[in-house]
Design a binder for this molecule. Sequence first.
Ligand code: MSP
Length: 504
Amino acid sequence: MPNFYATTPIYYVNDKPHIGHAYTTVLADVLTRYHKLFGYDAFFMTGVDEHGQKVQKAAAARGISPQEHVDEYSEHFRNLWPKLNIDYGYFIRTTDDYHKKFVRDSLQFLFDKGEIYSKEYEGWYSVGEERFFEESELVDGKDPISGRPVEWLSEKNYFFKMSSYQQKLIDHINANPNWILPDFRKNEVLGFLKKPLNDLCISRPKSRLSWGIPLPFDEDFVTYVWVDALENYISGVQDKKHKDGTPLWPADFHIIGKDILTTHCIYWPTIIMAMGWELPKHILAHGWWMIDGSKMSKTSGTGVNPMDYVETYGVDVFRYFLIREMVVGLDSTFGHDSFVRRINSDLANDLGNGLNRIHKLILTNFGGKIPVPPASAQSGEQEKELLGYSEKATQFAKENMGEAKLSLVVEEILNSVRALNRYLEMTAPWKLAKSTEQKDKDKLATVLYTGAEVLRVALALLSPVMPQKAEKGRLMLGASDSVLKGGETLGEGEALFPRIMEEK
Ligand code: MSP
């Protein structure tokens, strides 16, 4: 059995979860479920990033200790995932003792190896990004990422010799062209690596920031939150194994948003190289959910809060929209109208209609048992062509889940459903049902059998995206996990994908 281990970023607990966190986690969940569907021992880890300035500030603003704050806020994340049907394998918190020990041990190792040195450092510091910037990196004198003001700071700090791994990193990227996905993000990283790499400041003086993991070799400092956070990907699974006994690390996929490309494609791999660990196999950066041209977080100017859609329309439909609408890598807009259009056309019209038609016709004409197709059905040209769509969708899903081209996978599946609806229009089983001729009766059995089989495959292929709806559909069609034989008893009929009536 092949193995699969994916990760999501661990989310800052300075605020409650929003669409961005939900999306990455749904993506990891869907990808993991696809691997399970195709026979992998698949596992993914998510969790929370609990140290650093942002969290310390959030706690201070609430007048409570950072520990109290993270204990409470980490639950907002943990409690959201079941509501989104997220089946994670492990949830990590960076304030757990085993993680802190892991980070301290690794830093001591790097220090002993001569990979870490201290020096007096002066530079422009951004509180928002928790890092120093070069003068040349500032935009209009401000933090180039958040656009917020920076302050001039001078202090002793510890540095990791990141620069000495620059060439090794470039070589690795060139030798493994799909290590960073999609391709244009790889080029972005290579572009960044054209300039000389600086060493990485890995400490913060306790006088300025106390909420962090103390450095093992100098307790007056805490670990820079990113070094602490990135190591979660290994610390969280150090004692876990796949079913065949192999360790989970190295991860197959780090799934991240494009905002944290540098930390994952430069800081993390160079730390790994210095530690002598194995590199992750792929880093997949997706784009942002946008609204009115800016990155979405809690709510938008238009009052659309995507998380409300889970309550109103149901979790599976919400997951379907996220996965179908965003081309992994590119930005997407979350809008009410596009949500309604997408759900109504793909799910209510195409899938829902196909399913209801087939279910009803089998119920009324074959007493609720899937008809056994007559021998002549095997050779039907129309049927071969239609089943070819299911075959193609299955093949496409197997081949493309590896690069997480999930919007295209879903589109291929829906193509098979659309082909089925066209087939029904052409063969008109409702007319065949009225005929008394044997050849029409045979054709009716063939049409309904073939239709049910195409839907069975489509629902199985959609199950990673819509686990509950797909299961209900499977039960409606006789609950078979392999090619229909005919004779399976249908379950109760149900309108699985009601049309959304309101338009804004
Ligand atoms: N704590 C760090 C990550 C450490 S990983 C070792 C962090 N946390 S975060 O809470 O800010 O989450 C960032 C991630 O949330 C992004 O990389 C992305 O996965 C997701 N998103 C946040 N806003 C987003 C959108 N508007 N759209 C899509 N995803 C975005 O950075």
